[in-house]
Design a protein around this ligand. Structure first.
Ligand code: NDP
Length: 324
C-alpha cells in the first residue's frame, strides 16, 4: 500500500495528514514512480495555506521528487522500469508512489544520488533560469540575493560565483551569513541586525546593484528597489514573508526607470526542450563540483508537518527532504 500526505482544508502545518492511498496504473504517456526522496520547498507552504489555491480537496502537496520507474504507460518509449528519474513542478509529490507525465521527468545521471536529485531539481532549476535567463549574470554583474542561506539561495550563490558575479547576500543571523560567505558570496548582510539598503549602498560605494533577486516579498519591499541602479531589474520570485501588496507602478519610474518581473519556473521549463536544457545545465554544475547541494534536513514522509514548521520558522538552511 502506498502512502501520501493529504490536505483536506487549507491551514497550518497540521493540515498535512498522512494517509494510505491507492495509486492507479499509469495511463497513456504516464509512468508510475516509487519515490525514494521528496524535496520540500516554500511553494509547498503556499499550496498548504491556500496562497496558491488548489482546485479541489483532498490534494497532495509537493512539487519535487526522485525515485524509480515501476510501471510504464502506453506510448512511453524512452523510459523503462528501473530507470532512476527526478522531476520538479508537478504537484502531488508528498507520496511514496505517484504518477507522472513521462515527458516531465528527467533521468538522474550517474554520480548524483536520489536524495541529492530530490533536493535540487526545483531549487536548482530555479537558480539556473534566474541567473542564466531572467537576467544574464556575468563577471560584470553586481547582484543582491535575499535569503542567501536558504534552499534556492545557497545554490544560486555558488552558481553566481561560478559566473564571476559580485554577490551581496542577505540572511537572518550570523550563522546563516557565514554559510552564505562559505558558499561564495562576496558580502553578506545580516538583515535582522542591519538595514540592508544602507549596507548595499555602503558596500557598492553608492553604485548599487544591476539586479535584485527577492524571494521574501512583503518584508523586503520596497527596500529591494532602493538597492538597484537606474534601469536595474527587480526579480520578485517568491513570498516567504507574504506577498507584496498592490503598489503604484510610478514607484518604478521614481526610483530610476526600473524593470520588474515576477517569474516562475513553469514558464522557463515549459517545453521538453527547455526542461532538459535547464536540468542538464544543473546536472553539469553539480557533477563538476561547482555547486554543492546541501541537504541539511531529512524527515520521514509522515513528519512533513515538522518539516514545514522548521521551514516557516526560518530554522532550516540549504535544502530539506522527506523520505517515504
Ligand atoms: P528557503 O530555504 O529560502 O526558506 C525561506 C527563507 O526565507 C527562510 O529560511 C528565511 O531565511 C527567509 N525568510 C525571510 N522572511 C521570512 C518569513 N517571514 N518567514 C519565513 N522565511 C522568511 O526556501 P526555498 O529555497 O524553498 O524558496 C525560496 C524562495 O524562492 C521562496 O519565496 C519560494 O517561494 C521561491 N521560489 C520561487 C520559484 C519561482 O520559480 N518563482 C521556484 C522556487 C522557489 P532568513 O532566516 O535567512 O531570512
Amino acid at each position: 500500500m502506498a502512502h501520501a500526505i493529504q490536505v483536506h482544508k487549507f491551514g497550518g502545518p497540521e493540515a498535512l495528514t498522512y494517509a494510505e492511498v491507492q495509486v492507479p496504473a499509469p495511463g497513456a504517456g504516464q509512468i508510475k514512480l516509487k519515490q525514494t526522496a521528496i524535496g520540500v520547498n516554500y511553494i509547498d507552504v503556499y499550496h498548504r495555506t491556500g496562497l496558491y489555491p488548489q482546485p479541489s480537496f483532498p490534494f497532495t502537496p509537493g512539487s519535487e521528487g526522485a525515485g524509480q520507474v515501476i510501471e510504464v504507460g502506453a506510448g512511453v518509449t524512452d523510459l523503462k522500469v528501473g530507470d532512476r528519474v527526478a522531476y520538479a513542478g508537478n504537484i502531488g509529490g508528498y507520496a511514496s508512489e505517484r504518477l507522472m507525465p513521462a515527458d516531465r521527468v528527467v533521468k538522474i545521471p550517474e554520480g548524483i544520488t536520489d536524495q541529492t536529485a530530490a533536493a535540487m531539481m526545483l531549487q536548482g532549476m530555479t537558480a539556473r533560469y534566474l541567473l542564466r535567463k531572467t537576467y544574464k549574470v556575468d563577471k560584470d554583474t553586481t547582484l543582491l540575493w535575499h535569503a542567501a542561506a536558504g534552499g534556492v539561495g545557497l545554490i544560486a550563490v555558488q552558481w553566481a560565483k561560478k559566473l564571476g558575479a559580485t554577490i551581496i547576500g542577505t540572511a537572518g543571523g550570523a550563522e546563516k551569513c557565514a554559510l552564505g560567505k562559505a558558499a561564495g558570496a562576496t558580502h553578506m548582510i545580516d538583515y535582522k541586525a542591519e538595514k540592508f539598503v544602507d549596507r548595499v549602498k555602503e558596500i557598492t560605494g553608492g553604485k548599487l546593484c544591476d539586479v535584485v533577486y527577492d524571494g521574501i516579498g512583503k518584508d523586503t519591499f520596497p527596500g529591494s528597489l532602493d538597492c538597484l541602479k537606474p534601469l536595474g531589474l527587480f526579480v520578485t520570485f517568491g513570498n516567504a514573508s507574504g506577498p507584496i501588496d498592490a503598489f503604484n507602478a510610478g514607484i518604478l519610474s521614481a526610483k530610476g526607470s526600473l524593470y520588474m518581473t515576477r517569474p516562475t519556473m513553469g514558464t522557463y521549463t515549459a517545453t521538453r526542450e527547455m526542461l532538459t536544457e535547464t536540468a542538464n545545465d544543473l546536472f553539469d554544475v553539480v557533477k563538476s563540483g561547482a555547486v554543492k547541494i546541501n541537504v541539511t534536513g531529512t524527515y520521514a514522509l509522515k513528519d512533513a508537518a515538522q518539516a514545514h514548521r522548521d521551514l516557516e520558522g526560518r530554522k532550516t538552511t540549504g535544502s530539506i527532504i522527506l523520505v517515504p
